[in-house]
Ligand binder design. Structure first.
Ligand code: NAG
Ligand code: NAG
Ligand code: NAG
Ligand code: NAG
Length: 418
C-alpha cells in the first residue's frame, strides 16, 4: 500500500511537470532520498508543533476563543457526517442567518481553517455576525457509517450523485431544523459548489431553502482546465473504479499520499530551499505565494479521502463536458436512468441568486468554465466576479494570505446586501 502511494505521487508529479527532463532528474533524486529519509526522520521531529495542527475544526475554533459545536448528521442511507458550528462571535453579537460552508475535492471541513484566525473564512463570517456551519460530506475526515467501516467496499460505494442526493439535503434540513430558520446562505469551494448546483438542479424544492450562494471557483464544467484532474478522461474510468475497488475498497489512495507529501516537505526543508523544492514537486498547484506555515498545516489534512466513483464521475464530466450523473455505460445507464446516456443536471432549475468568484490562474476550474456554469443558472441576478489579482489560483481561495481582502470580505459584502 505504502509503496503504491509512492508511485501514485510520482505519477501525479510527473503529470504536472513541464520541463520533464530536468525535473525528472530532481524527482528521481528526491524519490530515492525519500526512501531512506522516511526511515531516518519523521516529520514531527523536523517540525516541532506548539499546538496540535492536526486538530479537527471544533478544537481549532475553541483554541481561537470562539464557541464551537459539533453536530452529527445522519443521512437516510446511514452515513454519519460531523458538521461544525460557530453559533456566534466572540462578543455574542446577535446573529444573522446561518451560512453553510462546504469543502472541495480531497479536502474536508478543516481546510477552511488553513489560514490564521483573523484571516480564515469561518471566523471572518462569524465576526460579521453570521451563524457559521462548516459541513463534511461522506468520506471526509471524521465521517463514519452506522453499519460499515471505512475498510469495507460498501462504505465507499458512492459517487458525487449520492453526496448530492443524501448528504446535501440532510445537512441543509438539519441546520434549518436546529436553528428554526426558513432559509440559509451558502459558500462552497470547487466541488463544494458543484454539489450545490447539482442538488438544487435535481431537487428544485431546495431553492426555497437558500437566500444566497457564494461560489469560490464555481463549476459543473471544467473541461478547459490544465490540472491533474483533466488527465482523468484519458484513462478507462470504470476500469479505474474496479481496480480501486479491489485494491482500496473503493477508496482512492489519495489520502495515503499525506505521508509521502509530508516527508517530501521534510526533505525540502532539509536541503534548505523548501519553497522552490516543494513547488517543483507540486507543480500545477502554484504554491509560490503560500505561507510555509500554512502549507505545513494543510499537509496534516490534505489530501483528504475521496471515493473512486466520485473521482471517476468528475473525470467523466470533464471528458463529456456535461454536468451529468455517473456514467454506468450504455446498458448500465439504461437500467439506471432508462436512457443510454447518463441523466443531466439542468442548471436552469437553480433559482437562488449566486455570486461565482473565479481566479484568472485557476487551472482546475478555469474562468471560461466558471463563467459558463454561472451563465446557465436560472436566476438573472446571478453574476461572476473576477478576483482582483492576476495570479489567483484554485487553492488560493483557501490558503492565500490575501484571500480575506480579495475574496472573503467580498462574500460578507454580498451576503450583507439585500
Ligand atoms: C505565515 O503564517 C503565520 C501563521 O498564520 C503568521 O504568523 C505569519 O505572519 C505568516 N507569514 C507571512 C510572511 O505572511
Ligand atoms: C469585541 O469587543 C471588543 C471590546 O469591546 C472589541 O475590541 C472587538 O473588536 C470586538 N470584536 C468583534 C469581533 O466584534
Ligand atoms: C420557530 O419559528 C416559528 C415562527 O418563526 C415560531 O412560531 C416557533 O415557536 C419557533 N420554534 C422554536 C422551537 O423556536
Ligand atoms: C429541470 O429542468 C429541466 C429542463 O428544463 C426539466 O426537464 C426538469 O424537469 C427539471 N428538473 C426537475 C427535477 O424539476
Amino acid at each position: 500500500m505504502k509503496h503504491c502511494s509512492h508511485y501514485l505521487l510520482i505519477i501525479l508529479i510527473l503529470s504536472n511537470l513541464q520541463n520533464t527532463q530536468v525535473n525528472g532528474l530532481i524527482i528521481t533524486t528526491i524519490n530515492i532520498g525519500l526512501k531512506w529519509l522516511g526511515h531516518l526522520l519523521s516529520p514531527p521531529r523536523i517540525f516541532p508543533q506548539d499546538r496540535d495542527e492536526s486538530a479537527l475544526p471544533d478544537a481549532i475554533i475553541r483554541h481561537n476563543g470562539y464557541p464551537a459545536e459539533v453536530h452529527q448528521v445522519e443521512t437516510p442511507d446511514g452515513h454519519i457526517l460531523p458538521i461544525y458550528r460557530i453559533p456566534h462571535g466572540k462578543n455574542r453579537t446577535s446573529t444573522k442567518e446561518p451560512v453553510l460552508l462546504m469543502p472541495g475535492i480531497i479536502t474536508s471541513a478543516t481546510f477552511y481553517f488553513s489560514l490564521s484566525p483573523e484571516k480564515a473564512l469561518p471566523f471572518v463570517l462569524s465576526n460579521a455576525g453570521y451563524d457559521v456551519w462548516i459541513g463534511n460530506y461522506r468520506g471526509c475526515d471524521a465521517t463514519g457509517h452506522k453499519y460499515y467501516s471505512k475498510k469495507e467496499l460498501k462504505y465507499w460505494h458512492f459517487g458525487v450523485d449520492e453526496i448530492v442526493r443524501y448528504d446535501f439535503p440532510s445537512i441543509v434540513d438539519y441546520i434549518l431544523k436546529t436553528t428554526n430558520n426558513s432559509a440559509i446562505s451558502y459558500v462552497g469551494h470547487s466541488l463544494g459548489t458543484t454539489m450545490f448546483f447539482m442538488a438544487l438542479a435535481s431537487q428544485p424544492g431546495y431553492n426555497q431553502k437558500f437566500r444566497k450562494m457564494a461560489g469560490m471557483a464555481p463549476g459543473c464544467y471544467a473541461s478547459h482546465g490544465k490540472s491533474m484532474l483533466q488527465y482523468m478522461p484519458l484513462i478507462n474510468l470504470r476500469q479505474f473504479v474496479t481496480i480501486m475497488d479491489i485494491l482500496f475498497f473503493g477508496e482512492t489512495p489519495a489520502s495515503r499520499m499525506r505521508e509521502p507529501l509530508s516527508t517530501s516537505m521534510a526533505f525540502c526543508r532539509l536541503i534548505g530551499i523548501p519553497k522552490t523544492c516543494f513547488g517543483t514537486l507540486l507543480k500545477g498547484f502554484d504554491i509560490s505565494r503560500i505561507n510555509m506555515t500554512v502549507i505545513q498545516r494543510v499537509l496534516k489534512h490534505l489530501p483528504a479521502p475521496i471515493s473512486a466513483r466520485s473521482l471517476a464521475q468528475l473525470g467523466q464530466m470533464i471528458g463529456s463536458d456535461r454536468c451529468q450523473m455517473y456514467d454506468f455505460g450504455r446498458e448500465g445507464n439504461m437500467r439506471r436512468y432508462g436512457t443510454t446516456s447518463p441523466r443531466l443536471y439542468y442548471l436552469k432549475n437553480i433559482t437562488v441568486p449566486c455570486m461565482g468568484m473565479y481566479g484568472l490562474r485557476d487551472d482546475v476550474i478555469p474562468p471560461v468554465d466558471a463563467k459558463r456554469t454561472i451563465q446557465e443558472l436560472g436566476n438573472r441576478k446571478s453574476f461572476t466576479y473576477q478576483v482582483k489579482r492576476k495570479d489567483f489560483t484554485h487553492s488560493d481561495f483557501m490558503v492565500d494570505d490575501e484571500a480575506k481582502i480579495l475574496v472573503y470580505d467580498k462574500i460578507v459584502e454580498y451576503f450583507d446586501s439585500v
